[in-house]
Design a protein. Structure first.
Length: 238
């Protein structure tokens, strides 16, 4: 029995029919579109992590690619969790680079917020930060595909968590006029995190740019401000 077949069987054994019906509604409620034709087994993330723990070290990248090409969401999600494990346990820069290249080569299968958010930060974000390869994230942010843009935004959180905001400002400004609210939320989420690290830096950035921001981005960005200051921004009194 192949490792891919073992992983699929293990996930099937953990499937919950009531969750399989719930997951699509959950995605739509969060405006996180999943790919047309996607199916859901109904395997909760804690159970997926049990499978990952058992198989990540003996599954190959080629087999992960097979899982990623599945139409079943949990197959792809589990594949990315295993890929993250491989990246975090990689001993050499060559191994890490191979995984990053694999990720980018197969990114067409990473096509909803759940898959992006659970992988881009830990793989692309860490790689770009540690190697100073910001051009990788700039390139992703300029692709037409929304999920590539989302990858760039999520990966930039790795920089922001470490107090570096220059790339965040650049990507946030570049994507302010994106038509999808999911991007507005992502930009606001990042800006809010900037405020958690350095509120003066965020206020300075917002004073210059808040009038050009979608309402959703602004609301997320100022969420933790005092109420009076929040109202000043929302009503354009700054």
């Amino acid at each position: 029995m192949s490792t891919v077949h073992e992983v699929k069987s293990a996930l099937q054994d953990l499937a919950l029919p009531e969750k399989a019906a719930f997951f699509p509604r959950f995605f739509k409620a969060g405006k996180g579109e999943y790919a047309e034709g996607d199916e859901f087994l109904g395997v909760i993330v804690p159970d997926q992590r049990k499978v990952v723990k058992e198989y990540w070290n003996r599954i190959s990248l080629e087999e992960i690619a097979e899982l990623l090409s599945s139409t079943i969401h949990e197959h792809r999600h589990c594949a990315l969790l295993m890929l993250v494990n491989k990246f975090e346990k990689a001993k050499t820069e060559k191994e890490k680079k191979e995984i990053v290249n694999f990720y980018l080569k197969h990114k067409k299968f990473i096509n909803n917020w759940d898959l992006v958010d659970n992988s881009a930060y830990k793989i692309l974000g860490r790689h770009a930060y540690e190697t100073k390869d910001d051009d990788l994230l700039r390139t992703l942010s300029r692709e037409e595909n929304m999920w590539s843009k989302r990858m760039a935004i999520v990966a930039t959180m790795f920089h922001v968590k470490r107090g570096e905001f220059s790339l965040l400002k650049e990507l946030a400004l570049y994507n302010l006029q994106h038509p999808h609210d999911l991007m507005h939320k992502a930009n606001g989420w990042l800006l809010r995190e900037m405020g958690n690290k350095n509120v003066a830096e965020l206020q300075h950035f917002l004073v210059k740019n808040y009038k050009n921001m979608p309402r959703t981005t602004l609301r997320y960005a100022i969420e933790k401000f005092d109420e009076d200051l929040r109202q000043d921004f929302l009503k354009g009194r700054i």
